[in-house]
Design a protein around this ligand. Sequence first.
Ligand SMILES: *Cc1c(COP(=O)(O)O)cnc(C)c1O
Length: 341
Amino acid sequence: MDKKDIDWANLGFGYIKTDKRFVSDFKDGKWDEGRMTGDDTIVLSECAGVLQYAQTIFEGLKAYTTRDGKIVTFRPNLNAERMEDSARRLEMPVFPKERFVRAVLDTIKANEAYVPPYGSGATLYIRPYMFGSNPVIGVKPADEYQFRIFTTPVGPYFKGGVKPLTIKVSDFDRAAPRGTGNIKAGLNYAMSLHPIVVAHNEGFAENMYLDAATRTKVEETGGANFIFVTKDKKIVTPKSDSILPSITKRSLLTVAKDYLGLEVIEREVLFSEIGDFAECGLCGTAAVISPVGKVNDHGREICFDSGMESMGEICGKLRDTLTGIQLGETEAPEGWIYPVD
Ligand SMILES: *Cc1c(COP(=O)(O)O)cnc(C)c1O
């Protein structure tokens, strides 16, 4: 198989149209068998449920070329399970887990020529999603849905090293208690667009959201979970029903325990205590871990010991171990790596 003529090392995190995408339609109470198509467009009713009432959910994962030249993906079963939870919360039909995983593998295979080579730092990003497609004007769930998966090659998240970020405490809330913060839905991102534009205009990379009920506890950013490292090298991560359960975070916690021998604590994290931590990182598929150097709370700066020059020691070890597992350089826990063929 010949790779596409792409300058892998200089790819950004953007959309590039690839050859094939997977599509399956839900109609009359069931999913059809699905198909691979070259058509990257969707024709919809002007009144489709997704357009009127935002009935849409998504997932994100990556495919990697390993050191020995194989194409693999990482824990797609967990994306399938999380998408089931998202679907149930928005009254959408579940796309069966086995079919989800099969379709992810088939879509990667169909776009093999776009999977960046080992050592390029780039990966193939995979975007499964589902939306209500038939006309809905009275407020109710749609009756018809489309499930799709497209892929796009993306660059290394960190070009020229990993620089710590400065983030701000947001004046907006991300998710209400008993709301939809724990599902991966477009609606959670729509509301985050204004706060992120405000943060960027003020020179900050991201928003730290606090819990909406009391605004005393750390939740997450718009698209990544927090991990903190204590001065005695324990891993602390916020526990809350309104944060999105990051697969990267869950994997990093296992890496911390089983590969690095660190103690891992999931608990409520008070905003007032974050200055006591030595390191802070943002976890998600795109970046694995991005180090946070500073949090700005309305002009008051909270600085982590790791500083603004480089990633902290523990975050660096976590990142290197997890990427080593994904790239076939380090032995993976049972069931984490799915070969594409
Ligand atoms: C997707 C997402 C994450 C990261 O989850 P991963 O499974 O690690 O990619 C974190 N927070 C939010 C709000 C998200 O949507």
